[in-house]
Design a binder for this molecule. Structure first.
Ligand SMILES: [Zn+2]
Length: 453
């Protein structure tokens, strides 16, 4: 019986690490040869690095090759627009007509970057999404109300196509406005609501106001969240799960890497990676570029290599994403590595040589809820990443806290941050609701040097 099946692809998902490595290396050799032969862009890069394709035989050999940065990717795409009339980059190795779907980033940090999927690439993306959905507990036939902007963005049209291929009943509602969305949810009775975690949070109050029912009366089984980091934060997960009576899934993908390759499990212990046979991930020290050993809990910048992608394959692409990676076995039973998105390389601070990310500070402070609200600001008196100690951190204390309770909170916060992040902080407690709330993630830094005096 189909229900008895534990994995979508048992052979790949339970493959022992050594065997997976052999599979990855076999694909890597072919891919390196292919990009060298088919693209003058890669040929030039390899030649400049003094590396011949036959020298790349193992995953360790990959370290001989240079990284592709986001800027280089954009330059490559600008050049292909001028030269070849397509935005997929000079590193693209397929004919323009082979590409079936064009994806793009939202372009929040500049000109969008593009990704293209051939028929075979689409088939891979369907397979990866199916592995994710199955492990998460979503089944073919489940009704998915997909409330993301229906665009080329990796949470837009691509997952709609993947979910349809999987066999879900997709209601591609998009973002029609809150009233319409709630009305459609009542009509279509979805099992799954796909939206950003902040939108799901916003709807908690709006559903009773608009429809006169509690969010749990929608009968959802899952909230499938992506686009922001909130669905990995324990306090937000708890709030959403309590309000909706549904399980929160944190999903992740990237236009240039793999559109839908990560999902969290019942344990909420990070997002499992479902694409090891198609995308090889390594993590580096962003300062030195050296690969980090695969040890549980490492924090580093992710570098991805497409092992068999046809359209515009990337070899050692560093997108600037900082992740914490867990290699230990998850209690859910899946052996894949799990990631937590920590932030961007640009957010990195260095205090006496120790790397600190504002989001990691927030994680520690979140552990002090309900004594704090969880809201923080890291205060910088001059541009980073180098910060003279102590690291100044504003923390909102909870309402009703005063006197000795505040002193104790300050002392406990200082000790915990020292222990967890290995930096010496100066904790500045501020009243609840005194720090401005922002729709945007990552507004965790207060730059005093930028404020008008
Ligand atoms: Zn798990």
């Amino acid at each position: 019986m189909a229900e008895a099946r534990k994995y979508w692809n048992e052979r790949i998902e339970t493959m022992p690490a050594g065997k997976m490595r052999l599979l990855q290396e076999e694909k890597l050799r072919k891919q390196v040869r292919r990009v060298y032969d088919k693209s003058d862009y890669y040929r030039r890069r390899f030649d400049q690095a003094g590396i011949a394709p036959e020298e790349i035989n193992t995953l360790d050999d990959l370290e001989k090759l240079p990284f592709i940065t986001t800027q280089e990717l954009r330059d490559s795409q600008q050049e292909s627009m001028a030269r070849d009339r397509h935005p997929f980059g000079l590193h693209n190795i397929t004919a323009r007509g082979e590409i079936r779907l064009v994806c793009a980033t939202s372009g929040t940090t500049g000109f969008p970057t593009f990704g293209g999927l051939t028929k075979a690439d689409l088939a891979v993306s369907y397979e990866l999404a199916a592995r994710c959905l199955w492990w998460a507990g979503i089944r073919p036939g489940d009704v998915l109300l997909h409330a993301f902007n229906l665009s080329m963005f990796s949470a837009g049209v691509p997952p709609v196509l993947m979910s349809i291929d999987y066999g879900a009943c997709v209601v591609p509602i998009g973002l029609p406005g809150t009233e319409k969305l709630i009305q459609m949810a009542r009509i279509t009775c979805p099992d799954v609501l796909g939206c950003t975690p902040s939108y799901a949070e916003y709807l908690i109050d709006k559903i009773p106001q608009t429809a006169g029912i509690s969010p749990s009366e929608l009968g959802l089984r899952f909230l499938m969240c992506t686009g922001e980091t909130g669905a990995g934060e324990p306090n937000i997960i708890a709030k959403l799960e309590q309000a909706y009576g549904a399980h929160v899934l944190d999903c992740h993908g990237a236009t240039e890497a793999a559109p839908f390759a990560y999902v969290s499990c019942q344990e909420h212990s990070g997002m499992h990676f479902f694409a090891p046979d198609h995308v090889f991930c390594e993590w580096i020290d962003p300062d030195t570029g050296r690969r980090l050993p695969e040890e549980d809990g490492i924090v580093g910048e992710k570098v991805v290599t497409h092992l068999d992608k046809e359209s515009a394959p990337l070899i050692r692409y560093r997108r600037g994403d900082i992740e914490r990676v867990h290699f230990s076995r998850c209690a859910c039973g899946h052996t894949s590595h799990r990631i937590q998105v920590i932030g961007r390389v640009d957010d990195m601070l260095k205090v006496k040589g120790v790397m600190v990310y504002p989001s990691a500070v927030k994680d520690v402070v979140n552990g002090f809820i309900p004594r704090t609200t969880g809201e923080i600001r890291v205060v910088l008196d001059k541009p980073g990443p180098r910060v003279d100690p102590p690291l100044k951190i504003k923390v909102e204390h909870a309402p009703g806290l005063a006197g000795q309770a505040l002193d104790e909170l300050k002392k406990d916060l200082r000790a915990k941050i020292q222990q967890m992040l290995r930096v010496n902080p100066e904790i500045i407690l501020v009243p609840p609701q005194s720090l401005a709330r922002s729709e945007h993630k990552g507004r965790l830094i207060e730059k005093t040097y930028e404020q008008p005096s």
